[in-house]
Ligand binder design. Structure first.
Ligand code: AMP
Length: 398
């Protein structure tokens, strides 16, 4: 079955057409600058052709979807004969609040329920809904499924998701830990169990999703029991440009000292902090930081060391939450590619009996055991594949 996977942002739209039997993408692409001018980069993977870039006015997401469908059925760079071949669409939706603990087939009621979560993800959910509406208009008879970033973490117990605030704030406003990257944590924990030869229903796993945004999760018997992101994706370890956990009183202090209002302060925490801010704005990209470190830049090294230290501390906390651990996975852009980050994190975990296989740790972007054979805990690189995870969920539901 051919499944179209859509990840819609406010001015961009990523897509993949996946063959669910082979689990391989037939085509992928990205619409950028929707509402500004418009550019579609389309990769016809099944045809083995190079990327094509189509520049055309893209005033709305409806136009963007139409262009994607035209590209998929195009005579030269298309990968299907006609749109009837698309049997289902899977949509990434960022926030499902407490309403969605799993993926759902999209109906009018589901759309209303997603809308009611907009307040919790004001930048993302409205854009996701625009993508859903645009696809419904273009493919009216095709079943659609919503796959939520928060759903996998809905199994967290109260003691893990409650904050130390008056309980009424949870009851009135639903202020609690939600956690994000759930599709990735779910996919990677399943792949990790397979790779390590474990029965997922009887396993203690820790997944380190380290990318531009980073989160760590503790997965007990296949279910998330804790995760480092919180009410928003600003919490947890420091990230590319996000601060991660800080003492909340720092916010008031910065506002007074720098005469910043709350919007400017939140921008500081979201866009100007993390390894970017800590490296004195060298970069949020770990490749640039590594280069700067090799050239002797102390601030770049500090930023990466601080990041790795915080990741290792979360892993330690989750060993406590799980009361043990069988296997650990590194995934996403940094986790899959940055051997030095993995080595620094693992060095901090030697007390668990983890020993690193330095040769194996040179691997990039593919599944690999990077602990030695006699390491007490197995550590793996497990490439994440959120699009495939969404396609799998979509097929299962329809
Ligand atoms: P993601 O958010 O998962 O797409 O990860 C993006 C981040 O992964 C980039 O900002 C880089 O910091 C990092 N990254 C990608 N490729 C590499 C690489 N070869 N070595 C180190 N870091 C990388």
């Amino acid at each position: 079955m051919k499944v179209l996977v859509i990840n819609c942002g406010s001015s961009s739209l990523k897509y993949q057409l996946i063959d669910s039997e082979t689990e391989k993408p037939l085509a992928s692409g990205l619409c950028e600058r929707i509402g500004i001018d418009g550019r579609l980069v389309h990769k016809p993977i099944a045809k083995g052709l190079d990327k094509v870039t189509i520049e055309a006015e893209m005033k709305t997401h409806e136009t963007a979807i139409k262009m994607v469908l035209d590209a998929l059925t195009h005579k030269e760079h298309g990968v299907i004969e006609n749109l009837d071949e698309i049997k289902a669409v899977g949509h990434r939706v960022v926030h499902g609040g407490e309403k969605f603990a799993s993926s759902v087939i999209i109906s009018e009621e589901v759309i209303e329920a997603i809308e009611s979560c907009n307040e919790l993800a004001p930048l993302h959910n409205p854009a996701n809904l625009i993508g859903i509406r645009a696809c419904q208009a273009a493919l009216p008879n095709v079943p659609m499924v919503a796959v939520f970033d928060t759903a996998f973490h809905q199994t967290m117990p109260e003691k893990a998701f409650l904050y130390g605030l008056p309980l009424e704030y949870y009851e009135k406003y639903k202020i609690r830990r939600y956690g994000f990257h759930g599709t990735s944590h779910s996919f990677v924990s399943q792949e990790l169990a397979k790779a390590a030869g474990l029965d997922i229903k009887n396993s203690k796993l820790i997944v380190c999703h380290l990318g531009n945004g980073s989160s760590i999760s503790a997965v007990l018997n296949g279910k998330s029991i804790d995760t480092s992101m919180g009410f928003t994706p600003l919490a947890g370890v420091l990230m590319g440009t996000r601060s991660g956990d800080i003492d909340p009183a720092i916010i008031e202090y910065i506002m007074k000292k720098e005469q910043k209002d709350i919007d400017a302060t939140m921008k500081l925490l979201n866009k100007d902090s993390g390894v970017y801010g800590l490296s004195r704005n060298i970069s949020s990209d770990f490749r640039d930081l590594d280069q700067a470190y090799r050239e002797g830049n102390k601030a770049a090294d500090n930023a990466v060391q601080t990041f790795c230290y915080q990741v290792a501390k979360y892993v330690g906390a989750y060993v406590a939450a799980l009361n043990g651990v069988d296997a650990i996975a590194f995934t996403a852009g940094v986790g899959e590619n940055d051997g030095r980050v993995r080595e620094l994190v693992m060095a901090q975990l030697s007390y668990l009996g983890i020993t690193i296989d330095k040769e194996a740790n040179k691997t990039r972007g593919e599944e690999k055991m990077i602990s030695t054979k006699d390491s007490k805990i197995k550590v793996y690189i497990i490439p994440t594949n959120e699009e495939l995870a969404i396609a799998r969920e979509t097929v299962e539901l329809i």
